[in-house]
Write a protein that binds this ligand. Structure first.
Ligand code: NAD
Length: 281
């Protein structure tokens, strides 16, 4: 287990990753360039731990011990003695490349530089550093404290030692891991996004109403929610961005994003977060 984990990006994913690491007894420094986002992320960690106490899943002493292991900073350069870093900043390749250059300078030799990216090739981020063997994908699911899975993605240069250290950290957080090669969408989004996209085509073609498409998939395939509702929850802009990555990266027309999905995103109807998507919130 690492002794000091650096989590970069205190948004919904970064705060969740920090929380599960603290619960595993790891010292964590949470970094965000925006002071406001950092404060919000820290409050999210505290709120997440308090919720576990309320549910009787964590005692107050353990919560306080976990919070005692948390530090924050607004710059990666201010953090020292890091042996494992997980990057969870916004999904932008140029931004992530810069972060990986910064991480290369602060993570100790022999340490791990992981990314929570949903779609950017691990190999591309590895190439932005002087140690691509230490770079790996550690793809947590949202919300991190509740979802059991971590997809581990090996770039072409990722070493066995980096892979083993990543599996060990995920295990200490109580997560189940699956291992994927570094191809667009990895495992989950490679299969999930075409299903959501197909539901959009079914709706566009008038095959059935949104409610009936969702009820059919919910009750007919035992999923907790239908594909259109799930797309609304993920964010239609995010679904479209991942669909574009699959389409471009795999070069097969079967991954073409549905025109109705593009139209909703163009209208600003991006799902729950905007109050309107396939449903109104
Ligand atoms: N949201 C999901 O469902 C989900 C699931 C799996 C993976 N991911 C991936 O996780 C990553 C983060 O997603 P999110 O949903 O937490 O985004 P978010 O917008 O909630 O958080 C991103 C954070 O990065 C910070 N940031 C931006 N530039 C920075 C910089 N230069 N230095 C430090 N911090 C900076 C922002 O201030 C923000 O707080 C993305 O790569 C995304 O693809 C998201």
């Amino acid at each position: 287990m690492p002794t000091h984990l650096l989590v970069v990006g205190a948004g919904q994913m970064g705060a969740g990753i920090a929380q599960v690491a603290l619960q595993a007894g790891v010292q964590v420094t949470l970094v965000d360039a925006m002071a406001e986002a950092l404060a919000k992320g820290k409050a999210k960690v505290e709120g997440g731990l308090s919720k576990l106490v309320e549910k009787g899943k964590l005692d107050e002493a353990k919560k306080q011990a976990a919070l005692g292991l948390l530090r924050t900073a607004t710059s990666i350069g201010d953090v020292k003695d890091v042996d494992f870093a997980v990057e969870a900043v916004s999904e932008n390749v140029e931004l992530k490349k810069k972060i990986f250059k910064d991480l290369d300078a602060v993570v100790k030799p022999g340490g791990v530089l992981a990314t929570n990216t949903s779609s950017i090739p691990i190999t591309t981020l590895g190439a932005a550093t002087k140690r691509p063997d230490a770079v790996i994908g550690m793809h947590f699911m949202n919300p991190v404290p509740l979802m059991a899975l971590v997809e581990v993605i090996r770039g072409v240069a990722t070493s066995d030692a980096t892979y083993a250290a990543t599996l060990a950290l995920a295990k200490s957080m109580g997560k189940t891991t699956v291992t994927s090669k570094d191809f667009p969408g990895f495992i989950v989004n490679r299969i999930l996004i075409p299903m959501l996209n197909e539901a959009c085509f079914a709706l566009m073609e008038g095959l059935a109403t949104a409610e009936d498409i969702d009820t059919a998939m919910k009750l007919g395939t035992n999923q907790p929610m239908g594909p259109l509702q799930l797309a609304d929850f993920i964010g239609l802009d995010t679904c479209l961005a991942i669909a574009e990555v699959l389409h471009q990266g795999l070069g097969d027309s079967k991954y073409r994003p549905c025109p109705l999905l593009r139209q909703y995103v163009a209208a600003g109807w991006v799902g729950k977060k905007s109050g309107r998507g396939f449903y109104t919130y």
